[in-house]
Ligand binder design. Structure first.
Ligand code: ADP
Ligand code: UDP
Length: 236
């Protein structure tokens, strides 16, 4: 087993540690919560454990569909062993239903169902507030080649199809979500996390929000919503 070594990086929601094995890292999920590029700070009870559990479950689920992920194994309630990657500094966002920044940018009513999923790229840069970019920025800035963006788009669309139906079977709507990808040699892997911090997920019937929007907009019941979502994903 890879032994935990020094802290490599501390972000807003996770800590990443080096290990005794060069190609492996430990990703530790924190209860700390932020929104609006870190301007709003707080914490959500048991979030670290819940996001670790949900991410591990969904990475394993996606591996069954031949999606390459950075996930190796869960090593504690809030830590997972992952493959060390060179992260591509792009946030890939998939949208099935209008919410969040899409509604503001294009004046679309929240809850409008898209006729076709939307795939967007944002530059991963908090200081610049994650500006929207496209494939040409990715080529020009040296983040990814045309072949790599093609692979990323294909994998992201496949993940959306898989997860949409996964959540639908649990009477949940996958509204939108954010993915990060990383490279190891010529291979591309899904990285980071898939959790209620990085997805919008609603109850199918009531449209009750079961994600970080409850924290973003002070809707109350945040801790309970995270627990409910974990149980509806894992115990189905
Ligand atoms: P942020 O940097 O946005 O505050 P986090 O708190 O989630 O984000 O920190 C986790 C960091 O680890 C992110 O910068 C993410 O890109 C990075 N990361 C995720 N998976 C991997 C991986 N497999 N290899 C290297 N870095 C990773
Ligand atoms: N998202 C994320 N990290 C970010 C920005 C967005 O995980 O830095 C997720 C967010 O939780 C939502 C989706 O990506 O599920 C689309 O977010 P949107 O563009 O609507 O931005 P926001 O409303 O968060 O500003």
């Amino acid at each position: 087993m890879a032994q935990k070594k020094e802290l490599l990086y501390e972000g807003k929601a996770k800590r990443v540690y080096l290990t005794s094995e060069e190609d492996k890292l430990i990703q530790e999920f924190k209860d700390a919560a932020t929104a609006f590029d870190g301007a709003k700070k707080g914490s959500i009870s048991k979030k670290g454990e819940i996001n670790n559990t949900i991410s591990a479950f969904l990475f394993e689920y996606l591996e069954n569909y031949h999606i390459p992920t950075h996930y190796f194994e869960t090593i504690s309630a809030n830590e997972m062993l992952i493959r060390k990657l060179d992260i591509i500094p792009i946030e890939v966002v998939l949208r099935n239903v209008a919410a969040g920044s899409l509604c503001a940018r294009y004046q679309i009513t929240e809850g409008t169902v898209m006729e076709y999923p939307i795939l967007e790229y944002y530059l991963k840069n908090d200081e610049l507030h994650d500006p929207m970019i496209n494939e040409y920025h990715a080529y020009a800035f040296g983040f990814a080649t045309p072949d790599e963006t093609r692979a990323i788009n294909r994998i992201a669309s496949k993940i959306n199809a898989i997860l949409k139906s996964f959540f639908d079977r649990r009477n949940l709507v996958l509204v939108d979500f954010k993915l990060e990808f990383g490279k190891r040699g010529t291979e591309i892997f899904l990285a980071d996390e898939i959790s209620p911090d990085t997805c919008r997920i609603w109850d199918k019937k009531t449209h009750k929000k079961l994600d970080k929007d409850r924290f973003r907009h002070d809707m109350g019941g945040v801790d309970k919503a995270y627990l409910e979502l974990r149980d509806r994903i894992v115990n189905a």
